[in-house]
Design a protein around this ligand. Structure first.
Ligand code: NAD
Length: 261
């Protein structure tokens, strides 16, 4: 018999849920019957998406533990058990270890990227899992919920200028196995997705961004295009529903392997 974690009738929280990969995940979870808390800094997009899916917007800065706690409290009190914690909030940054001007990498910029991408994921994973632990078990395995983190293939093979970003994403990859081991005691699985080049607003809409995207897809193996946010959400759903997926870091990248530049 196939065991599958049920999404319908649960609560979920998605950081970065107002845009891109997070927004597609919010839509997937909402359509599957979950009450979704959209945790994001972007009030306007966050509120309108929460309205669209019958969810709740919670303004949250993932780098701030109190703010994450407040958002998780909302998710834990909607009347359905909180089962799914999805980390999608993230920021990019490009700066070389030593710049062409001879200046070393800016300390504050490095710290900001670590705060949002790595500490932010740590905050929601740990605070969210503590809330999941308070729910009844969901099935005969003793499962209570699932955490899905979003790293990047830059966490595995960072390109030039990705020192801070790759350090933050590599940290998320590194947390995956110990977190899964820690959270087994409360019936929570943990998986991390490493997207390649996925078409989202993260690449901007400035003149030239289409040319930039065209250059990015050149090394994609197949299919020869950017991935879509809906394809990412489809993978999140598979990781939630397949009870045997745990402690795994999954490339989601059309076979691309990053070159140095
Ligand atoms: N799009 C890609 O090709 C790609 C590739 C690899 C990894 N990723 C990762 O996927 C995640 C989602 O990226 P996206 O492409 O959907 O980007 P996006 O810019 O469309 O969405 C990111 C969201 O995170 C929110 N956010 C930023 N800082 C926050 C904070 N401190 N607290 C709460 N919310 C915050 C933003 O407001 C935004 O809504 C990021 O972690 C990114 O690093 C994306």
């Amino acid at each position: 018999m196939l065991r599958a974690m049920e999404i319908n009738g649960t609560a979920a929280i998605v950081s970065g849920g107002a845009s891109g990969l997070g927004a597609a995940t919010v839509r997937m979870l909402g359509a599957a019957g979950a009450k979704v808390v959209v945790a994001d800094l972007n009030d306007q997009l966050g509120k309108s998406l929460a309205d669209e899916v019958g969810g709740i917007f919670a303004r949250a800065d993932v780098s701030d533990a109190d703010s994450v706690r407040a958002a998780v409290d909302i998710a834990a009190s909607v009347g359905s058990p909180l089962r799914f914690v999805i980390n999608c909030a993230g920021i990019g940054w490009a700066q070389r270890t030593v710049g062409r001007d001879g200046e070393p990498h800016d300390r504050a910029a490095f710290g900001r990227v670590i705060d949002v991408n790595l500490i932010g994921t740590f905050n929601l994973m740990s605070i969210g899992a503590a809330a999941i632990a308070k729910t009844e078990v969901a099935n005969a395995d003793g499962a209570r919920g699932v955490v899905v983190n979003t790293a990047s293939i830059a966490g595995l093979e960072g390109q030039t200028g990705q020192l801070a970003y790759s350090a933050s994403k590599g940290g998320i990859i590194g947390m995956t196995v110990p977190a899964a081991r820690d959270l087994a005691a409360i019936g929570v699985r943990v998986n991390t997705i490493c997207p390649g080049i996925i078409d989202t607003p993260i690449y901007g809409n400035a003149p030239g961004s289409e040319d930039f995207k065209a250059r990015l897809i050149a090394p994609v193996v197949f299919p020869k295009r950017m991935g879509t946010a809906a394809e990412f959400a489809h993978l999140v759903r598979a990781l939630i529903e397949n009870d045997y997926m745990n402690a795994e870091v999954i490339r989601f990248d059309g076979g691309i392997r990053f070159q140095p530049k």
